[in-house]
Design a protein around this ligand. Structure first.
Ligand SMILES: [Zn+2]
Length: 315
């Protein structure tokens, strides 16, 4: 009898111990569920078939990757790159596939340059709207070239007023990266290694995107105490034509959920207009600067940060 009670008691202890362990695990698990990240993909610039012989093939690869993953995205073409019958056909393919097409200005001017006036920048934005507004998917959102939103109060606030008056919505990003630099290095590496397995390059590039995404998400949690609905800035580049399926698979494997840009832009963070100068960068970087967070690098993204990493890897 004593032994029977002892066995019951021992089993009961094991039961309670397991229950406590389960409850502790749940306590750690629940916040991670409620804090799970979501992300929308956006692509800047558009391909130029006049000087990119593979433009059509790269465009198709990106659209196929999005379609296969059932992801809706947004393209921000700069008019000067796509202003040809063939270039506009590639932009049209995005709209026909259900993606949004929005404004990235015509001439891709740096609005933080003292050589770019407010009037010039407005005219350039209007010129791009005239070029694109008849295309399927046209949406009045503005993505600033280089994410530069003006270096003076009068330019910054003058253009913000214009955007509001003309019905433009935010085309901001929460995650900025240097895919354009990795693309440059990828093309030159490919030229000298035409038959090599691209895995080392793919790994380096995915690590870079993951590094920037987690950094921006950490800024979001520090400033806003939550993960915003992220918008990632990518470019229409060969590297994304090659590795977009891997990028999507990586984010999904880390538990990030893909949402459409329209869903992402419902996040109130994109209605905030940070009052910093020079204005621009990602909305999280600008909010961090406004909040006086130490250790922010400027510019937020640059080839100078990435060159040593790729040099070290021999890529
Ligand atoms: Zn651009």
């Amino acid at each position: 009898m004593k032994r029977f009670i002892f066995v019951i008691g021992e089993r009961s202890n094991i039961f309670w111990n397991r229950l406590i362990i389960l409850l502790i695990a749940l306590l750690f698990w629940l916040p991670s569920i409620s804090q799970s990240q979501s992300i929308a993909l956006s692509f800047d610039d558009g391909f130029d078939p006049r000087n990119q012989p593979l433009a059509s093939s790269w465009n198709r690869s990106i659209l196929e990757a999005l379609s296969n993953a059932q992801i809706k995205s947004i393209l921000f073409p700069a008019g000067k790159r796509v202003d040809s019958p063939a270039g506009l056909r590639l932009v049209r393919d995005w709209g026909k596939a259900g993606h949004a097409v929005a404004n990235h200005t015509y001439s891709h001017l740096n609005f933080c340059s003292e050589n770019t006036t407010l009037e010039q920048f407005i005219l350039d934005t209007e010129k791009n709207e005239t070029l694109l507004k008849g295309l399927p998917g046209w949406t009045k959102r503005l993505r600033f070239p280089y994410l530069k939103e003006g270096e003076t109060i009068s330019k910054r606030d003058g253009f913000r007023s214009w955007l509001t008056d003309y019905g433009y919505k935010s085309g901001a990003v929460s995650i900025d990266a240097s895919d354009w630099y990795y693309n440059k290095r990828y093309l030159s590496w490919r030229a000298s290694h035409p038959y090599d397995d691209p895995s080392p390059f793919r790994t380096a590039y995915l690590n870079h995107l993951w590094n920037r995404a987690t950094y921006c998400d950490s800024l979001s949690k520090r400033i806003l105490k939550r993960s915003v609905r992220h918008v990632l800035l990518l470019h229409t580049k060969a590297i994304n034509a090659s590795f977009l399926p891997d990028i999507i698979a990586m984010f999904r494997s880390k538990g990030w959920e893909f949402i459409s840009p329209e869903e992402a832009y419902e996040d109130p963070v994109y209605a905030i207009t940070p009052m910093v100068l020079p204005a621009g960068e990602s909305v999280l970087w600008a909010l961090a600067k406004q909040n006086g967070l130490n250790g922010l690098r400027y510019p937020a993204e640059s080839d100078v940060y990435e060159k040593p990493l790729l040099d070290k890897l021999g890529l």
